[in-house]
Design a protein. Structure first.
Length: 321
């Protein structure tokens, strides 16, 4: 069983919301997206950036604190191999259930826009939520104010949505950090491309001055390989992050096994202590009376017996009256 992946990013400025929407609608260059598959993407609630921005502004209350979270961007997907094994219908049903879960948590009216990207390596759902509480105020803290709230959100999503689609929650308590999914797969995609190097022809002046021509060729080659070099660096960083995450997950699993062993020992000790009481509970009423009589007899045998016919304590000599 693979993992259900749920991430969120808090957006505190209108320009951040617009920048994220430009990426969502592919209205800016997106190197990790296949331009031939852009038409397969799905848009829900808005058809372009300006329409989504208008819905966003309409949901904002009249008074907004300067440090308030204006919107929360959610990203929902699953383990790459599990998502790849699902049919288009199965993927869409998973995303449909995930969006329904978000609507129940925040209200459908507060989801200004959502969509599905299928032009990247792993399909994923994204949604923009204006975090308005029951009083009609921006209050992201009430929904996701701390680590405990975020853990509960991950558990709830896995139980109510992921499990229905064969996906489980990641290991709770892991200290691993997570990259944006698009950035992660984009780096891998770009790193697999082999650059084609072209060498400029020398000018008339450079034919006379080979050194100048060599410097220009060298700079040209550097400029051409730089994007692939950056992609390879990103891939190396991703691999290192995956290695650290594996180490942290192993440590978390080991700690969980230790706690489980302690719990089993405590249960075993408790069962041993309760065994006499279980035996008594299993006895019939007649057997219980016999046990009670035996206890009385043994108790009486242990108590000191009162002496009979022995003289009492001697009186102190005194004057008889």
């Amino acid at each position: 069983m693979g993992y259900a992946i749920l991430r969120l990013q808090k957006l505190k400025a209108g320009v951040s919301v617009r920048r994220s929407l430009l990426h969502a609608f592919r209205e800016q260059p997106t190197p990790n997206a296949d331009p031939n598959l852009v038409g397969a993407n799905t848009h829900i609630g808005a058809s372009n950036v300006e329409e989504a921005i208008q819905r966003f502004q309409e949901r904002l209350p009249d008074k907004v604190r300067s440090n308030a979270v204006l919107a929360v961007e959610f990203l929902v997907t699953g383990s790459p191999e599990d998502m790849a094994s699902k049919s288009r219908t199965e993927q869409d049903q998973y995303f449909h259930d995930a969006l329904g879960w978000l609507e129940r948590r925040h209200g459908a009216e507060n989801i200004i826009y959502a969509g599905i990207h299928r032009d990247e390596t792993t399909p994923h759902l994204y949604a923009y939520v204006v975090p308005i509480d029951e009083r009609g105020k921006l209050n992201c803290r009430s929904f996701y104010g701390g680590a405990a709230a975020l853990r509960e959100m991950q558990t709830e999503f896995a139980d109510l949505v992921g499990r229905k689609h064969g996906l489980e929650r990641g290991i709770e308590g892991s200290r691993a950090t997570h990259q944006r999914v698009a950035r992660h797969y984009g780096a891998l995609q770009r790193a697999e491309k082999v650059p084609e190097i072209t060498v400029p022809d020398p000018s008339i002046t450079e034919r006379v001055n080979p050194r100048a021509y060599g410097e220009r060729v060298a700079q040209s080659v550097i400029n051409q390989v730089q994007p692939e070099r950056s992609a390879l660096q990103a891939r190396a960083a991703t691999a290192d992050a995956d290695r650290k995450r594996a180490i942290e997950m192993a440590a978390t699993a080991k700690a969980a096994q230790t706690e489980l062993a302690k719990s089993r020992e405590q249960v075993s000790a408790l069962e041993k202590a309760l065994e006499p009481f279980r035996r008594l509970h299993a006895l019939s009423a007649e057997a219980m009376r016999e046990v009670y009589q035996q206890v009385q007899q043994r108790t009486a045998a242990l108590l000191p017996r009162k002496a009979k016919g022995r003289p009492g304590p001697a009186r102190k000599p005194g004057i008889e009256r």
